[in-house]
Write a protein that binds this ligand. Structure first.
Ligand SMILES: Cc1cc2nc3c(=O)[nH]c(=O)nc-3n(C[C@H](O)[C@H](O)[C@H](O)COP(=O)(O)OP(=O)(O)OC[C@H]3O[C@@H](n4cnc5c(N)ncnc54)[C@H](O)[C@@H]3O)c2cc1C
Ligand code: SF4
Length: 526
């Protein structure tokens, strides 16, 4: 049996970031990752392999509320979902940490405020080398430091879109972006600015993901150990049920137990809930840390729409994810409730199109499919999903995930869609054409699958209505922490990864103090 100071289960935005933060302490840290290293191979950048054959999506089967199985968009690799992510690294708005009234309900307050998170957002932006420009987005929260790298430039069609938006009175901004692009010194830029970024792994390791900037730097410290192909099956507790005593792991086909002083679960929202539920015992009959019956509940994943507009001029953009618009984040014309964020999504490519003639004619009369591909401008609309107790993860009899979910906040999502559609004529696009991408593309998953999953172990001050305290420690167990998007009480309407990373750094400082390793590095750029 191996003993450690800290075991971290999962190596994504939460776990990978935390590992790097704890590593310099010299404490014995074990990382358990159910997946392997994502192979570096030509297929990383093959649209057909990645988008059509789902090469990097787990073969897991999950079940919906009616018991129908589906393949979730989850990625089991060192680095977790960040290996495939679009690296749009946004801070939540200051208001997102308070209670916000939406058309369809309340977005609850976090037990911590924006000011508690701000230093960690700054540190996370430094650790993940975020490129951006402050001062362009009126909804942007205050920041104690500039972005560490300049914004990624727009290509001409997106610059034109930015100019047209500004001329129409909106406030387009350069999207905060985690790619290692050095536009001032192209021969030495690690990032090559390719079309195969959002939704693809980066073949040259130039994406600021949790493998490259979390796990690998952590492993430079001899006190950090990583086990790949090591799936945590269950957490065990002492007789009183107040402390975790071990993790049962299936590692390369054999079962073992690892022990530590502190245990951190960071498996992604659905799988963290799954692990806690699967760890039920006499003292925790409904699942570990689940006396409140909140584990698995309040699952959120953004009310997202990937839509495709048709530019009057061709759109030859390669890297499209450089622009955002938050003018409707807190409301819009004739709508006094939050609507959400508009940003670009990776450019759709000809190979992704279905190529079905009848569909083509119905969706875009007068356009050949190749014209649709060459004129497509792709947007990603995110409206906040609201926490609903019945939107939840439970376990099937065989231990698989059952995900019961009904969309929340649909009215606001519809308003955001119509808002963008109403603007197209002034943006050099065909005014009537704003079509969900899944209607055109072979595998564009409606509402983005489970990419932005969050909320299954929410933090709160009240043990009766939350799973974790504000330090992300389980109310009921002294040495169990959950540090991934599970802890989010609300998800806001911007992408979640930077918040997961910043929160992992915040909890990391708490753990360092608890381990007697001193408070770490807020304010440092290392
Ligand atoms: C295609 C795509 C695009 C995205 N684009 C963006 C974006 O542009 N911006 C943004 O902010 N967010 C984006 N996201 C979302 C973002 O990647 C996630 O919010 C973030 O990675 C969540 O971090 P996490 O730590 O909660 O989980 P993950 O990063 O998923 O990490 C969980 C880890 O736990 C491991 N694991 C699970 N179960 C076990 C177990 N039992 N034992 C051991 N290990 C286990 C998994 O293999 C995984 O490595 C995107 C996601 C996808 C899929
Ligand atoms: S755009 Fe840059 S970071 Fe993204 S996949 Fe291409 S080389 Fe990698």
């Amino acid at each position: 049996m191996d003993a450690y100071d800290v075991v971290i289960v999962g190596t994504g935005a939460g776990g990978g970031t935390l590992a790097r933060h704890l590593a310099p302490s010299g404490k014995r840290i074990l990382l358990l990752e159910r997946g392997d290293w994502l192979p570096r191979e030509p297929q990383n950048w093959s649209t057909a392999d990645v988008f059509i054959d789902n090469r990097y999506i787990s073969p897991d089967a999950w079940y919906d509320a009616k018991g129908k199985s589906f393949q979730p968009q989850v990625h089991y690799f060192v680095g977790g979902a960040t290996k495939l992510y679009g690296a749009a690294l946004y801070r939540l708005r200051r208001e997102d940490f308070g209670e916000l009234r939406h058309h369809d309900g309340i977005s609850p307050a976090w037990p911590i405020g924006y000011d508690d998170m701000e230093p960690y957002y700054t540190l996370a932006e430094q650790r993940y080398q975020v490129h951006g420009a402050r001062g362009e987005d009126p909804t942007e929260p205050p920041a104690s430091a500039p972005y560490p790298f300049p914004a990624v430039s727009h290509e001409p069609r997106i610059q034109q879109l930015s100019d047209d938006l500004a001329a129409a009175g909106y406030h387009p901004f350069h999207a905060p972006c985690g790619i290692m692009l050095d536009e001032a010194d192209p021969p030495f830029s690690r990032c090559l600015r390719t079309a195969t970024c959002d939704g693809f792994p980066c073949l040259v390791h130039a994406k600021c993901d949790a493998e490259v900037l979390g796990v690998r730097p952590a492993l430079e410290h001899p006190n950090v150990t990583l086990l790949t192909n090591a799936r945590a099956l269950k957490l065990t507790t002492d007789d009183a049920g107040t402390a975790v005593t071990g993790v049962e792991v299936e590692h390369d086909g054999t079962r073992k137990v690892v022990t530590a002083d502190l245990y951190v679960v960071s498996c992604g929202a659905a799988n963290s809930a799954k692990l806690l539920l699967a760890s039920a015992n006499d003292k925790h009959p409904n699942g570990l840390a689940n006396g409140s019956d909140q584990v698995g509940r309040n699952y959120m994943f953004h009310n997202s729409q990937a839509v495709l507009a048709l530019s009057r001029e061709p759109n030859p953009t390669v890297f499209q994810k450089t622009l955002g618009v938050n003018d409707f984040y807190f409301g819009g014309p004739d709508f006094d409730y939050p609507m959400g964020n508009i940003q670009m999504i990776g450019k759709s490519q000809a190979e992704m199109f279905k190529g079905e003639k009848p569909l083509e004619t119905k969706l875009a009369p007068g356009f050949a499919l190749r014209d649709v591909a060459s004129h497509a401008v792709d947007f990603w609309l995110s409206t906040e999903d609201l926490p609903v107790p019945d939107n939840r993860v439970t376990l099937e009899g065989d231990g698989s995930v059952r995900l019961s979910y009904s969309a929340a906040n649909a009215t606001a999502a519809g308003r955001l869609y119509h808002q963008l559609k109403s603007m197209l004529g002034r943006l050099g696009m065909h005014p009537d054409h704003l079509i969900p991408r899944h209607a055109y593309l072979k595998t564009d998953i409606p509402v983005a699958g489970v990419a932005h999953q969050a909320g299954t172990c929410r933090m709160g001050a009240d043990a009766a209505t939350s799973v974790l305290n504000p330090d992300c420690r389980a109310h009921e167990l002294d040495n169990l922490y959950v540090v991934d998007t599970s802890c989010f009480p609300s998800i806001g309407a911007v992408n979640p990864a930077l918040t997961a990373m910043a929160n992992a750094l915040r909890v990391g400082d708490h753990l360092l103090e608890r381990l007697g390793a001193g408070r770490a590095t807020v304010g440092s750029t290392v």
